[in-house]
Structures are given as structure tokens and as C-alpha cells.
Design a protein around this ligand. Sequence first.
Ligand SMILES: [Zn+2]
Length: 532
Amino acid sequence: MRKLYKNGKIYVEKDLFVDSILIDNGKIERIGKVDDLINLAYDELIDLGGSTVLPGLNDSHLHISMIGYAMNSPNLTLARSIEDVIQIGKDFLGNNPGLESLQGRGWNQDYFIIGDKRLPNRYDLDKISVDIPIVFDRICGHVAVGNSKALEILSIDSNTIVDGGEIILDANGIPTGVFNENAVRLIQSAIPEKSKELRKKEFVMAMKYALSQGLTSVQSCDVMGKDYKLVFETINELFKDNELKFRYTHQFNFQDINDFKDYLKTENNNSVYDEQFFSKGALKLFKDGSLGARTAHLKNEYNDAKGEYGVQALSDEQLQELCDLATASNIQVVTHAIGDAAIESVINAYEKTMIDGKNSLRHGIVHNQITSLEQLKRIVKLSIPVMYQPIFLDYDNKIIIDRVGEELAATSYAFNTLYRLGAPVSLGTDAPVEDCNPFANIYCAVNRKGLDGTPKDGYFPEENMSVTDAIDAYTIGSAYNEFKEDFKGRLKPGYVADFIILDRDIFTIDPMEIKDIKVLETIVAGNSVYKV
Ligand SMILES: [Zn+2]
């Protein structure tokens, strides 16, 4: 099927647009002026009506399965008090009678405006139910709270210890039901494992939403430890059944070297994989936690919590061992690092695994939030890909200075500096930590303001990215991150025909309006997969 799209404003690269594009068999054959293409053979002629067309956007780090699960569970992002958390849980149980467990995510104590701003605890959740296990994750995923039933099922008491995580105790040494970092996995294990059918249903729900937002490629961390076989199986089956409508690259998380070794031994790579559409990508590691939860690992104590430095989800030695084994196995590593101490440690670990100082496996850093200029320069020198989430500024711009002080804040979330210095920068949302809507994300990259428009002049506006740079980072930059920059991320002959048609011109509208852009149509491999 040869299709000729004409009369568009089609973005090719900085300062270069064409009006027409000819696609054949899922690939771009020619681009240019309509007069030059109209005489070529085609089966269908489509008038873009002057619309702006971008390459399909590629989220370089998110969690598709978790987006689906969030869509299919109590929405705690709406909670403005502990009472709300309880009520939302009760309502969900009321509307879904017979549930044998309850899991939810999205609460954030910083958004509590009525009553205490404290974290919810087991006794709060016991008000929802004492008969079934309940686990509610904080929005960041680095803190979770379980009810008494969940603790009872797992026999958690004051003596339970988790490496790289904390089980918070009250003054009497009794677990409060609050868990952080690696201990989050423990309390989550009180919830019975999901069936493959439910996993597929949630995955497809999230995929459809992502396509409607203009994402044609995702680098998704859906494997979180021991259930990896089931996750691989689930997504493989969707792929084989032709239900995978976007390009998907696995990121897979193993914090424990033995789990990773087990994976290397048992995962025999004979499942259906196709490099262009569906592939295995990087080992995803967590070095620290989140800034909101004060578990990001800092070099100096928290400005607003004396004596606290955050949490190390992996020690430097554990991180090194995992990086060395991945490198020896020819596997790329991407590591979650938010605090400057965590980032430094990740740079050091990567540098040690590199041969002749070359980062040939493109080991990367996810988040890279609290940085010094010196660290940014090392990242550039070692050519370490950075996966940024500008949308984090929507919330973080209100807390960064409190957490780390003005001086360090000035060189943190340094999107523009790092891009200008020449590091491989890509963009993503870490959804469901934030919504996967790429236009809200680009808005934050370009304006460095919250979605409410504050602060008025932008948060350290010298770090604003240009619209073009942000789009490039979201397309060809993200493709680089997965070794796919030679066939996707640009609308040029030979590249795959993945593109989106917008309802307004992102290049000329008021940058404050970028967050309101809607996608009219999403095309993957020449096929329409979403249309308003
Ligand atoms: Zn993540």
C-alpha cells in the first residue's frame, strides 16, 4: 500500500520542513514538495489540510503495565487528605465487591491540604478493610503502605529486615505499615500475582492510551524482579497475536544479582523478537529513591531534613557487580539516579566497566536530577545517555530549593546545558509516576513551569530547551538510547513511517499552549492506530 500525504507541515530536522511524504510498506520512500511526488505511483492520496506532522514520539522510560494497573485500580492521585485515601479505597471496594486484595497507587502527602500531611499508615488502611490485604503505593513508587492484613500474611514484625530498604517502625518498635525502596517489593508481595489475562487487559488499555497521546515507541520497564517470565510471556503473546500496536523495547529490573544471574541462565532468547518492532533492551537498576520522599541519595544532608542523606537502593559494590555482569553479557544498563551522590556513583561504576573509556553499550542514567556542573561534564565526556523527565518539574520546582538549596538547584534538571554540551539526551515521563502525555512534558522542557503556569518566569529559565531540541530529544534522541537511530526518529527516506498529526502548530503557537496540543492521528509503520 503506497500512500501519499500532501499539504502538511512535516518536520524533517531543525529549520527543515516538507509538505509531502510518500510511504510504502511501512517505510518512508520519499519526502519533498507535492509537485515532485504527485507523479509517482500511489494507491491513496491523503490531504493533511496544512496540519503539522512530527515523527512519532518515543518515551525513553516508562512502565506500560503499571499505567494499565493504575487505570484499573483506585485513583489515589485525587486524595487531598488521609481521609480521602481511605474513602477512595472504600469506594473502590464498594464498586468492585468480592475483591480478594486491593492495590492502588498515586497518593502524595505533599498534596494533603486537610488534616495531617503525614504518610498514611496501616491503621488508616485498616479502616478500608482488615479482611483482605491492601497496599497503596506513593506516587513515586518508592514508598508504599500496607494494612495489618498485608503485614500479617507476610509475617512482618519488628525484626524483619530488607537490604536496601526500610520497614518504618513506631516508637514501640511496631511496623507502621510504611515501607520504602527495596522493602516496597516486600509489602507488594502480599498481593496475589496477577493472571496473564488481567495483565494483557491492563497492558492493552495503557497501550491504547499511549497511542492516543502520540507515542509510537516506548522503552518500558515492566519486568520488576521475580515475575519476569510471566511478563515476557504476556507481552510476547500480544506481539505474536499482532496486538502490539506500538514499538516496544523492554527495560528489565533486577536489583538482586542472583535474580539477574538466574535470568541470564534461563532466558534463552528464542521467543519471537523482531529488532524493529519488539526487542529486549537495557537492564534497569535503581541506585536511589525520589526527591519527594527524601530518599534520593545526596552528598550533603537534606537542606530541609538535617542528618538525612536519602537511601541507597544498591550499595556501590552491588551496583558495580551488576554493571560488570551486564557489560560482560553485552547488555546495556540504565540506572535510576536522582540525588547527586547516586549520580556520581553511577558515573563511577560505568566508567569502570568501559573499555578504553568508550561507552559502547550506551549505559545510561534515568532522571539525572540533582547534578553539579562537574558531573554534567563527566557525563558528556563519557557519552552517557541521559533520560530526562521534564514533567517532574511540575511538582519538583516547588520543592527542589527546599530539599537541596539554591546553589545546587541552579545546576540541577539541567536539560539545556547537558543538551548543548552534547550529551545524548532523550525524554520520557516515567508514567505512571507522571501522565505519559508528551505535550505536557515538552511544555515543561520548553517553559520550565508547572502546568499551573508558575513560576511566572520559569524555573531557572536558562535551562529551557528549544521546541526543536525537545522534539529531537523525544524522537531521534530516544531512538539513540535503544540503538535504533538509524531507522526511526526522523521522517526521512528509509526510516519507518511512524508519525503523528497535530491539531495545531507546535512550532509557532505560544509555548504556554503546548500542553494543550492534541493528536489527531497516530500512524505506526504506515498504519493508522489512533484517530480522533
Ligand atoms: Zn521508572
